[in-house]
Design a protein around this ligand. Structure first.
Ligand code: ZN
Length: 294
C-alpha cells in the first residue's frame, strides 16, 4: 500500500515536472500564425501575448506586452519585420494595464499610430509611467479599422476587467482578441483585482452573443497555449455567477472579510489550473461586493 502511494506520488511529480519543463523550454519570445487564417499572428513574450495582422497595406499590431521587459517592445517590432517589410500602421491597446501596454515607444518610433479607448489615457496621464506611451487617438464605444482588405472592429461593451477593456473583433476570421476578462481553461486570479463583477457577467453575455468561433487571450490558454471557445467564455461566466452567489450568503451574513474569506470555497473548480492562488483573490473581490457594496 505504502509502495503504491509512493509510486503514485512519483508519477504525479514526474507529470508536473515535465509540464513545467515544457514551459521552461519554450523560447521566451515566439510568433505563431493563427491556424486557418491568412495573416493573423500571435506574438508571445513569456506569459503575455498579443495579436497582430499583416496586410498588403501595412500591419495592425496590438499590446506591446513589455512591462518589466525593457527590450520587449523592440523585440516585438523585430518579430513583425521578420514576416513583412510593410510599415506598422497601427498599435491598439486592449486596456490601460501596464503589463499589456508598456513598451509602445518602439512602435511609435516605427511610425505606428496608437489607438485606445478614451478611458485609457484618463488612467495613464496622471501617473506618467515612463515606459507607457499615451495613445494618439481615442474612441468612445466603437471604432472600425480597415487596412489592406482586413476589417478590425474595436468594441467597448461596458466595464469588465477594468473600465477600459475592449474586444477586438475580426468578423471575417470570426476571431476575437480579448485580454484578461476570460482566462482560457484556468480560474480567474489577478485579473479579479479590479474586475467589475456584476457588469462582467453582462459583458460576457454580450461577448457570447457576438459572431466568433475562437478567442485569442492575453495570456496563453490552458493547456498548451490553446485558443478559447465560447464554451470557455460560458465556463468563466458560470464560475463568476457561482462565486458571486456563494459570497453573497457570507457577505450578507456579516462575515466579510476574515471569516468569509476563510469559508469561501469553489470545490467544483479545485482541479482547474490556478485554483489555489486564485481563490483568495476571487473571495476578496466578491467580499468587496457583497460585504461592502462596491
Ligand atoms: Zn489587465
Amino acid at each position: 500500500m505504502r509502495y503504491q502511494f509512493v509510486l503514485l506520488a512519483a508519477a504525479t511529480i514526474a507529470v508536473a515536472a515535465s509540464a513545467s519543463a515544457a514551459a521552461q523550454n519554450r523560447p521566451a519570445i515566439e510568433t505563431t500564425k493563427v491556424e486557418g487564417t491568412d495573416n493573423v499572428y500571435i506574438f508571445r513574450n513569456v506569459n503575455h501575448q498579443s495579436m497582430f495582422i499583416v496586410t498588403g497595406d501595412g500591419v495592425i499590431a496590438t499590446d506591446p506586452i513589455a512591462y518589466g521587459r525593457p527590450t520587449g517592445g523592440q523585440a516585438y517590432v523585430d518579430e513583425i519585420k521578420k514576416i513583412t517589410d510593410k510599415p506598422i500602421k497601427y498599435l491598439i491597446y486592449s486596456h490601460h494595464h501596464y503589463d499589456h501596454i508598456a513598451g509602445g515607444k518602439a512602435f511609435k518610433d516605427a511610425g505606428a499610430h496608437i489607438i485606445a479607448l478614451k478611458r485609457v489615457p484618463e488612467h495613464l496621464a496622471p501617473l506618467g509611467d515612463p515606459h507607457t506611451v499615451l495613445p494618439d487617438e481615442t474612441f468612445d464605444e466603437k471604432k472600425t479599422i480597415t487596412l489592406g482588405g482586413t476589417t478590425l472592429e474595436l468594441v467597448y461593451l461596458g466595464p469588465n476587467h477594468s473600465d477600459s477593456n475592449i474586444v477586438m473583433w475580426l468578423p471575417k476570421e470570426k476571431l476575437i482578441f480579448l485580454v484578461d476578462t476570460i482566462p482560457v481553461g484556468a480560474v480567474p486570479g489577478l485579473g479579479m483585482i479590479d474586475m467589475f463583477p456584476l457588469e462582467t457577467e453582462q459583458f460576457i453575455t454580450k461577448v457570447l452573443a457576438m459572431d466568433w468561433d475562437r478567442m485569442i487571450p492575453g495570456h496563453p490558454g490552458q493547456p498548451n497555449g490553446r485558443l478559447g471557445t465560447k464554451q470557455d467564455a460560458q465556463n468563466v461566466l458560470t464560475l463568476m455567477q457561482e462565486a458571486s452567489a456563494e459570497m453573497k450568503k457570507l457577505g450578507q451574513d456579516g462575515k466579510c472579510w476574515a471569516d468569509a474569506e476563510k469559508e469561501f470555497k469553489l470545490p467544483k473548480y479545485a482541479d482547474w489550473p490556478g485554483y489555489a492562488a486564485a481563490l483568495p483573490l476571487i473571495a476578496r473581490r466578491y467580499c468587496l461586493l457583497w460585504g461592502r457594496g462596491t
